[in-house]
Write a protein of this length. Structure first.
Length: 281
């Protein structure tokens, strides 16, 4: 019963904070602490209208999510899920060692495009430099002068056309919703590896599945999708060249502990009338 905890609400990204829930919580609700960076699960205009404070958890999950992004990228580009399946189903024994058996895409000398060059995007780029990437492109709202020597700011179409790897680390907004659609995938190279660790809503999933099945792009690695949790019999789970993992971007003991701690501190600060460590609104 929400009315037993109506002064504050500790929520996860899977909890929908809408008008119905806020009504149930009652007028005494003062603060919502979400254990996440993303806040598309919260009806922010409705919350603001009621004068409720919201705290979130930026920064502490940057490294964990960047590591997951690189892991998913490598799994998709080097066909790790397919390779494991071949090992288990006897395919390896049947094929022996063909020259092109389970060949994938290589980061060395490639062009990597990052859509959304915020904290996580920059942390991903930092890690990928060790793979001798030839060039980094990025696209988003505005160029970042401090990255001038490391990456080139380009428009969305150029990013899609010229990247061997397209990595999505942006926020989900009305502008980014399903921005990766049929048109976007049609611009990409046939060797392109598409990686999304941001939000499932940034991708037109039907268009992505079509691009994968037709080999319009080489492969995809997804830590986020629509819906979540994804049904076990969903079509995405059956596509050979698609790596899907269950939204584990921040799933390290350190990151999750830090997230929970900051969420609790946000709530306590709001209730005590002191500044929140990380206030969203």
């Amino acid at each position: 019963r929400l009315d037993l905890f109506s002064d504050a609400l500790f929520c996860l990204i899977t909890d929908k904070i809408d008008k119905e829930l806020l009504d149930a919580a009652g007028p005494s609700l003062k603060v919502i602490g979400t254990m996440s960076v993303g806040h598309d699960h919260i009806d922010v205009p409705e919350v603001k209208k009621r004068g409720i404070q919201v705290g979130f958890t930026p920064n502490v999950l940057t490294n964990a999510t960047a590591e997951t992004t690189v892991a998913v990228l490598l799994a998709a580009s080097r066909r790790m899920f397919e390779a494991r399946e071949e090992l288990l189903n006897g395919g390896w024994a049947k094929s022996a060692w063909g020259p092109e058996y389970l060949c994938g895409q290589e980061l060395t000398g490639s062009t990597v495009g990052i859509y959304g060059m915020g904290r996580i995007g920059q942390a991903v780029m930092k890690r990928l430099k060790a793979f001798d990437v030839a060039k980094f492109l990025y696209s988003g709202r505005t160029p970042k002068p401090e990255l001038e020597k490391e990456a080139s700011f380009v428009d969305f179409d150029t990013l899609c056309k010229n990247s061997d790897f397209v990595i999505v680390t942006c926020s989900l907004t009305p502008e980014t919703k399903e921005i990766f659609n049929e048109r976007a995938f049609s611009l990409m190279k046939p060797n392109c590896v598409f990686v999304n660790t941001s939000r499932g809503g940034t991708v037109d999933q039907e268009a992505l599945m079509k691009a994968l099945k037709s080999n319009q792009i080489f492969s995809a690695g997804l830590d986020v999708m629509t819906p979540e949790p994804l049904p076990t019999d969903h079509e995405l789970t059956k596509i050979r060249n698609c790596v899907v993992v269950p939204h584990i971007g921040s799933a390290t003991f350190k990151a999750r502990t830090d997230m929970a701690t900051i969420t609790a501190k946000n709530i306590i600060a709001a209730l005590e009338g002191t500044p929140m460590p990380a206030k969203l609104c």
